[in-house]
Design a protein. Sequence first.
Length: 579
Amino acid sequence: MTTKVAPAIIILGQNSLSTARKIVSSLPQAKIYGLSNRTQDVDISFTNFGETVRELFAAGTPIIGICAAGILIRTIAPLISDKRQEPPVLAVAEDGSAVVPLLGGLSGVNDLARLIAEGLHVQAAITTTGDLRFRTALLSPPPGYYLANPEDAKKFISDLLAGAKVKLVGTAPWLSNSQLPIDSDGELTIQITEKKVNLTSDCLVYHPQTVAIAITTATSETLNQIYQLLQETNIARESIAGIFAPLSLAAHSTLQAIAQTFNVPTRFFSDSQLTSQSSTVAQAATGTDSQIISFSPSLALAISPQIIDPETIGQARGKLAIIGTGPGASRWMSPEVKEILTSATDLVGYKTYINLIGSLADGKRCHESDNRVEEARAKLALDLAAAGKYVAVVSSGDPGIFAMATAVFEVIDRYNKPEWQTIDIQVAPGISAMQATAAAIGAPLGHDFCVISLSDILKPWEIIAQRIVAAAQADFVIAFYNPVSKERTWQLAAARDIILQYRKPDTPVILGQNLGRPGENVKVITLAQLEPACADMRTLIIIGSSQTQQIKILDNQVRVYTSRRYTLEDTTPTTDMKL
């Protein structure tokens, strides 16, 4: 069995990890969620069991809880309302001795239970009578089939269990290979058809996803034209497997709206492979044996003799997510970033940053590079996304603060390659080193502050110095990124000397090194003590304003804060300075 949404395996203690790992062997796309402070070496940590499980359930994520069935049931109970929308929910014994499907009969929970049980070498606790007797779940057809009248299925299955025979009209290997009592003279009927038909209680109707909609020109009228085409052909919308189009339409909002309307994926073909005729796109999607019905040169419908799997046809619209993983520790990584890392096919980034994401990189194609080749990295990421990949460009901290988000957009602006215009691009923020350093020591950013990079690789020192003067004169708290490298040591001393003309020598200075990583260290010195030897490229420096205070709290722990209260007199500079 395959599932489009990666299942979540929930564990509450370290003893459950070995069973979780065995389940992952059967479900490689699954992610292990572990309770913080009780589990290690998991994919995703959580602190609140109830909130996490309910969020996963609401998002339609299959849930495999290695815990008591009762706790899962009670946790999800308030959300249970529509059985057609429920994802699979299973309880598994800690030692793997029992696999119990709880919810999701219409979404393949029994098949998922059998797959897990097979990997654990046990029997799944299937209690669905029809499933057991007929070796098929009429209520939860396999991918590619849609049950049109599930409200009739309960009585239908009861009649079968009571001895009724069933006539099979149409082709569906999963039914013909089952143990259903199939008889050409059966009093019940199962019909497999792309057509809309009148529904009756003695006939279950399954719509196979064998229909492709091909579009070569998208306008405001395209959706209405599709409805008209479906009506003229009497095709059920549930048989639509996907929307297919030239790659040049990938970013077209109308195409995206059509795909959302029918809840199907979009797939694209290189413009060079196609003519402008929609029939060419339809045939590319469904093969030469399909039936092509053209509505216009820009819109066609094709019926394939086989179930269409869109993921094997053409390419998806490329996605590029520029993510910030935080300063280092996984606990600082946002749920959005973790979700992107779970879904991405390719990771692009500086090797050190990719290593920080740990097991979330497992199974991904990793494209590592040196930290100084940002333009080349951005080009690679864009080219991969243009080829239909889901690419995550990995930055530490926040990607929009002296990091890769700007590099990507600069490259797009400079080279303006047409294929990059089709990519779906997003930026996912992260906790910056500046924020992490400030939080570790108190609240030094409690009032107005600015952020300056001391690297003069991309801008001249004269500009940097002007900005330091302006920030010092304005009495901003100043955060310095990139303070010192092997080749650059003098800039930090020069910056200190400028600020000393506006700040007192005993102004608090915070040094945050290796935040969230081995060797983490946060300490407070004075401005007069600040030397290049105090820092490296992994150090974030925060220099206080005239209002920044250093205090001691419990057990003489040092804390630094900048008051939110300010008066006009506080802004008077101590001297005038000329560069």
